[in-house]
Design a binder for this molecule. Structure first.
Ligand SMILES: [Zn+2]
Length: 271
């Protein structure tokens, strides 16, 4: 055996040797999160083809749509993304999506760069219809976008998702009613009534108060969608869609879903 052929044989065996050396590491890396997520998940995730089929139809009820978001987030938290990890179907996915879109969920969230909605719900192109504005406080175009998605594209759930460490909420809190510079006053207008609705408890510090405001803002913005839109209100009352407030935790990656909001009772008719 020459040095050249010996070297060649060693190089051929190298990947196998490396693989064998790394296997124990890989096996030990994520044992706890997986079982934890399985134990916590009470939802029934939609069946998942692996790799995900391009332009696979999404869940067709509000409950199933929420379960799919929840399952996707559990995959993200566990470091086990599937739908946004496999790139082998990208070209087929694009080709399928040219023909149209049927996003099963609308995500109304903050523009914050640390809230990558597609990744944290592990959903590829064509599955989420996203409306992003600082403070997840949609303006009129945001509202129109949500109406378009549920009316014309058939989305089944609207998730209004705030997040921890939200700079927009913090800025509005610190301004405390004084106008912010430039066009930032619009953020305050979008969150009008938030500070009054959730005053600081004497026993809580600024960070705890901000955390309360972030959750309250998600709940209030979700309610405001129904209050401002007859289209969303009617679909929600008929159980065709649900509007769900949520909060994304930057540290854990976990999305906490709150109870769906309901349309306020119509005013009593005069007799
Ligand atoms: Zn934010």
């Amino acid at each position: 055996m020459t040095w050249v052929s010996l070297f060649g044989a060693a190089m051929r065996a190298l990947p196998l040797i490396l693989l064998l050396a790394l296997l124990p590491l890989a096996a030990e890396e994520h044992p706890a999160p997986v079982s934890k997520v399985k134990a916590q998940a009470k939802v029934t995730p939609a069946p998942l083809a692996h790799p995900a089929a391009p332009a696979e139809p999404g869940p067709d009820t509000p409950k199933a749509a929420l379960a799919e978001l929840s399952a996707g987030n559990a995959r993200f938290v566990a470091g086990k993304r599937v739908r946004t990890l496999d790139t082998s179907h990208d070209a087929a996915m694009r080709a399928a999506l040219v023909k149209g879109q049927a996003p099963f969920a609308v995500v109304v969230t903050c523009s914050d760069s640390r809230v990558p909605d597609a990744l944290l719900f592990d959903q590829e192109a064509g599955r989420l219809f996203t409306i992003r504005e600082a403070g997840n406080a949609p303006d009129l175009q945001g509202l129109a976008s949500a109406e378009y998605a549920v009316e014309h594209l058939g989305s089944k759930v609207i998730v209004v998702m705030g997040h921890t460490s939200c700079g927009a909420v913090k800025a509005v809190r610190e301004a405390n009613g004084k106008p912010l510079p430039g066009n930032l006053w619009a953020l305050q207008a979008g969150m009008a009534g938030l500070l009054e609705s959730t005053p600081q408890d004497p026993n809580e510090d600024a960070a705890a108060h901000i955390a309360h405001l972030e959750e309250a803002n998600a709940r209030r913005q979700a309610q405001a969608l129904l209050d401002r839109s007859a289209i969303l209100r009617d679909l929600s009352s008929a159980d065709k869609i649900s509007v769900v407030p949520a909060l994304y935790n930057l540290a854990s990656g976990k999305v906490q879903f709150f109870k769906a909001v309901a349309a306020a009772a119509p005013p009593q008719a005069h007799h």
